[in-house]
Design a protein around this ligand. Structure first.
Ligand SMILES: C[S@@+](CC[C@H](N)C(=O)[O-])C[C@H]1O[C@@H](n2cnc3c(N)ncnc32)[C@H](O)[C@@H]1O
Length: 309
């Protein structure tokens, strides 16, 4: 087996033949076909997951699509006259994007994002790409980097998977194996396989929204909205915690006034004035007492956050 651009080759083969799967290998030897795959990475908007379509309504301004794959996000928002920069580490994916008409597709990894890309209003991490945050130590670093290339009212829109909702013994054993090695249970070490090719191993961090919120806070972001349905994949919108201390981000001017958050949810829960600044949709989610109300809460995605300056 050779190490190379297995993802790009898989995408190119799908464009050529109209069929194919994305084969994912986990470092315990578990092999599976991805639940999304190349047809999804090339899909028109009407075939996106419902949770992606709902989160996509929050896209605005200048957009950075990270790990853009076949460029479906850029193609959709270009049509709506938004300025989209699409980056990916796969040369094959970048080639496919350009062939499909993506105007600004660049060969660039998430770790290489810098000020030369300009300033963005929306960052997109679809296709489970919240996972690219990599691990509990790396994620806050990357999120601080994303702070520095975005406007104060920017959003990160991404998707992830409810990894722990499983009874599969091999997944449960993998979570346990991670714990015993001092790794986060949702930190998957993966590579993509295509024919005789494999990508290098990479870490992919899949977390439920409440854990994502904890990690995001260390990078200056908070989970503002969660979109979910009956499927395992959920979408999320992250907004900046305001103000961000200079210890966590150097990009926010120190003279900025803190926002006061007035938070309400459709279930009528309004936190007290004192708790409001520490309260987030996911902390509410965590405190839903019965499993039924929690599930109902998660499904309804009922929270509305109104920022009052
Ligand atoms: C699961 S696909 C998602 C594609 C696209 N976001 C979508 O939803 O259709 C993951 C993509 O992330 C890219 N990728 C993986 N590691 C990356 C990294 N470190 N930086 C940027 N892109 C990366 C892969 O090459 C691939 O195109």
């Amino acid at each position: 087996m050779q190490i190379g651009d297995a993802f790009g080759e898989m995408l190119r083969a799908f464009v050529r033949d109209g069929e194919g799967l994305e084969i994912v290998e986990r470092d315990d030897g578990f092999l599976t076909a991805s639940q999304l795959g190349p047809s999804h990475y090339l899909a028109p908007f009407r075939k996106w997951l419902p949770v992606e379509r709902r989160a996509a309504r929050l896209v605005r301004g200048r957009v950075l699509d990270i790990g853009a794959g076949g460029g479906r996000v850029a193609l959709h928002f270009q049509e709506r006259r938004l300025d989209v920069v699409s980056i990916d580490v796969s040369p094959g994916a970048v080639e496919v994007m350009r062939e499909r008409g993506v105007r600004d597709a660049r060969l660039l990894g998430i770790d290489e994002i810098g000020p030369e890309l300009g300033v963005f209003d929306t960052i997109v991490l679809f296709g489970n790409n919240i996972g690219l945050l990599g691990g509990p130590r790396k994620a806050p670093r990357l999120l601080r980097k994303l702070q520095s290339v975005t406007r104060p009212d920017a959003r990160i829109l991404g998707t992830s998977t409810f990894l722990y909702d499983t009874t599969d013994r091999s997944h449960l054993a993998y979570h346990e194996r991670n714990r015993s090695r001092g790794r986060h249970p949702g930190q998957l070490r993966l590579r993509i396989r295509h024919r005789d090719l494999a990508t290098p191993w990479f870490d992919y961090l899949l977390l439920p929204p409440e854990e994502l919120d904890d990690i995001a806070a260390q990078g200056g972001w908070r989970v503002a909205r969660v979109f979910r349905d009956d499927g395992p994949i959920y979408a999320v919108s992250l907004e900046k915690i305001w103000p961000v201390s200079s210890a966590t981000s150097g990009d926010v001017s120190s003279g900025s006034k803190p926002r006061r958050w007035a938070i309400s949810s459709l279930d009528g829960r309004v936190p007290s004035k004192n708790s409001a600044r520490n309260w987030s949709p996911v902390s509410a989610l965590r405190h839903q007492s019965s499993p039924t109300s929690r599930r109902r809460y998660e499904r309804s995605c009922a929270l509305r956050i109104h920022a009052r300056r």
